[in-house]
Design a protein around this ligand. Structure first.
Ligand code: TXA
Ligand code: MG
Length: 311
């Protein structure tokens, strides 16, 4: 790691311009970034993650103006961007005619997922490179998303430069909203909750059900090596406990998402604590129930994928 932040950003920018991958922090999770204009650079993301190529990537931009160069903007995007950008909200919009983004970011579809991140290092890097950056979460496909620079090193073994921005404040990935039709639909829940979106634009009440609208929303994701048992009201032999609020008694190993049962704190701790408990190799991680209100929807979404059978 280089000595100071300005040097690091300049170095990261040079690598990205040369078509290399760089991991950078966002307010949600660490991203694995590449020049979104370059097929070869974007292909390198898929290769490094072992990501199925039918699963498209989010493109990060420095401003609304820049987003408009690549996607067909609309009034709802404008209203939402005024309130939530920069921040953890991703829009799915049609590709502009003649859009110069690599087709690989869209994985064969005619849409692009795009967002302007809020993390100062992410914004500094976008400014430095003057490039749109494709960046999925910086983990091997299917594994737990990284919320610390050290998690990224665990995933990729030090082969990839990581800009260290400390712990990610939000801790779970951005909310994704599909704005390509008149019916705005949440494709992935995050900290920008549906109640907050609904104050600004009408949202389709259609539930996602089992259809994979965001192709990456596979059932099994964020998977630790251990089994995950949800809504635990007791602790069984050999289980580690991921607590929420007042912990259940009897666990050998226990971490608490939020002793005061605060959902924001729980989201910020979720992936880090799953990784930490998993590192001790328990057979099962038992997770205490978390309310389905507000941000609880996004937390339970990630937990149910962590608990799903791996195919
Ligand atoms: O918070 C985040 O969004 C983080 C940080 C790094 O920005 N990124 C992230 O990327 O979570 P990733 O690749 O792990 O998840 C992107 C999700 C996938 O589920 C993918 O299928 C969906 O976005 N997606 C990407 N492009 C799409 C598109 N054109 N239409 C529908 N879904 C799309
Ligand atoms: Mg991911």
């Amino acid at each position: 790691m280089l000595q100071n932040e300005t040097d690091s950003i300049a170095h990261a920018g040079a690598l990205l311009r040369a078509g290399k991958l760089v991991s950078f922090p966002t307010e949600t999770v660490y991203g694995l970034g590449a020049n979104a204009l370059s097929d070869a650079a974007v292909a390198a993301i898929y290769a490094a993650k072992g990501r199925p190529t039918f699963n498209p990537l989010i493109v990060h931009v420095a401003s609304v103006e820049e987003a408009k160069k690549y996607v067909v903007w609309n009034d709802r995007a404008e209203l939402l961007a005024q309130t939530f950008w920069p921040g953890p909200l991703t829009f799915v919009l049609p590709r502009q005619r003649g859009c110069t983004l690599s087709l690989l970011v869209s994985a064969g579809m005619d849409t692009v997922a795009i967002r302007m991140p809020a993390h100062p290092l992410a914004l500094a890097l976008l400014k430095e490179t003057q490039l749109p950056l494709a960046a999925p979460s910086a983990n091997i496909s299917g594994r737990i998303s990284p919320t610390l620079a050290s998690h990224v090193v665990e995933e990729f073994g030090g082969n990839i430069m990581v800009l260290d921005g400390g712990p990610c404040a939000v801790g779970i990935e951005s909310t994704i909203i599909d704005l390509t039709t008149d019916n705005a639909i949440i494709l992935r829940h995050g900290t920008v909750i549906s109640e907050a979106l609904q104050k600004i634009i009408p949202l389709s009440q259609q539930s996602r059900g089992d259809a994979i609208l965001a192709p990456g929303m596979m059932k099994s994701h964020y998977a630790p090596n251990a089994k995950v048992r949800l809504n635990a009201t007791d602790v069984r032999e050999g289980e580690a406990l991921l607590a929420f609020g007042t912990p259940l008694a009897g666990a050998g190993q226990m971490l608490n998402l939020s002793p005061s049962a605060n959902l924001e704190e729980a989201a910020a701790n979720l992936f880090k604590m799953l990784r930490e408990l998993d590192a001790a190799n328990p057979k099962t991680i038992a997770v205490m129930p978390i309310s389905m209100k507000g941000l609880g929807v996004a937390i339970n979404d990630r937990l149910s994928r962590a608990a799903a059978d791996k195919v």
